[in-house]
Design a protein around this ligand. Sequence first.
Ligand SMILES: CCCCCCC/C=C/C(=O)SCCNC(=O)CCNC(=O)[C@H](O)C(C)(C)COP(=O)(O)OP(=O)(O)OC[C@H]1O[C@@H](n2cnc3c(N)ncnc32)[C@H](O)[C@@H]1OP(=O)(O)O
Length: 307
Amino acid sequence: MADHSACNPDLVLAHKFSEKIFTYTERDVAVYALGVGACGRDALDTDELKYVYHENGQQFIKVLPTFSTIFSLGVLPQLGAVPGLRFDKRLLLHGQQYIEIYKPLPANATIHNKITLAGLHDKGKASVLELETRSYEKESGELLSLNRISVFLRGAGGFSDPSKPFTYSNYPVNQTSMKIPKTQPFTVFEDCTQPSQALLYRLSGDYNPLHSDPMVGKAAGFSRPILHGLCTLGFAVRAIIKCICRGDPDMIKSIFARFLLHVYPGETLITEMWLEDLRVIYQVKVKERNRAVLSGYVQLHRLAASL
Ligand SMILES: CCCCCCC/C=C/C(=O)SCCNC(=O)CCNC(=O)[C@H](O)C(C)(C)COP(=O)(O)OP(=O)(O)OC[C@H]1O[C@@H](n2cnc3c(N)ncnc32)[C@H](O)[C@@H]1OP(=O)(O)O
């Protein structure tokens, strides 16, 4: 039975989110890289050591483009206070993420985040809320990145006429659409997550107990705590940088991801990649269950000369 009081779209759309300041250091950058599996198989891997160590000092370490997703974490605690929006926070799942990187991220910075509502959709059994964070380097005022997060709020839909469900987006539909090719992938990369992966990844700032507390995992409908969607995305983009960008993280222009199914920490991720001009279409499967868990695309600035 639909809950017609779950959401009042007029109130939600009118809400103004507060701006957030976020400061990070080289240590946060390195902890994040380890959290998404950098050097997890080989501590001597020169493609990846640069994300955690530099011989001339930590200020020279490279930053993974997906680190920018951390900037938008400040939006999460605000969700519970949006007038007109009612949902059970235990049933919230990360649905999609869209990222644009405007310049390579510095190894340390203070970031000024401006948050706006980008979408709201009634899916009947759920509602989908989309929030955009534009992140500016405070010192220079330069725009570094945009992150659009879609959260899938199970049980919070059914607030509009089912024959014409409510839908609002402030961005072009083609930004979040793509098809997995039927051909063999251009390349494939296999990587193991560790049983402790979510416990390490959460140190980057997403402390939702869904990823650490067995009781909360069960209450959300899973047999145990699940991996953060953005951790799986970090593994996938790292695989793309390694295999397609030949280790150069600055080739990444934008990233789209749809989370299709949960991942349990300790599972093996197989990232399949197809190259279409400057676009890498990717799909991540969990080897143990042979199920697709994530798909999307990465838009590149250029191709590696050695490809
Ligand atoms: C930096 C800030 C970070 C904040 C993060 C928030 C907290 C983090 C939480 C997590 O990390 S949770 C772990 C990662 N996420 C997941 O594991 C979710 C995996 N996906 C699923 O389990 C399922 O896809 C789903 C989301 C439960 C949906 O499956 P369901 O079978 O219920 O949907 P459908 O019947 O297929 O589709 C209904 C409707 O909804 C649309 N839709 C489906 N999936 C998604 C999605 N992932 N994102 C957005 N929308 C989705 C689908 O297109 C259908 O719409 P219509 O076509 O009917 O219009």
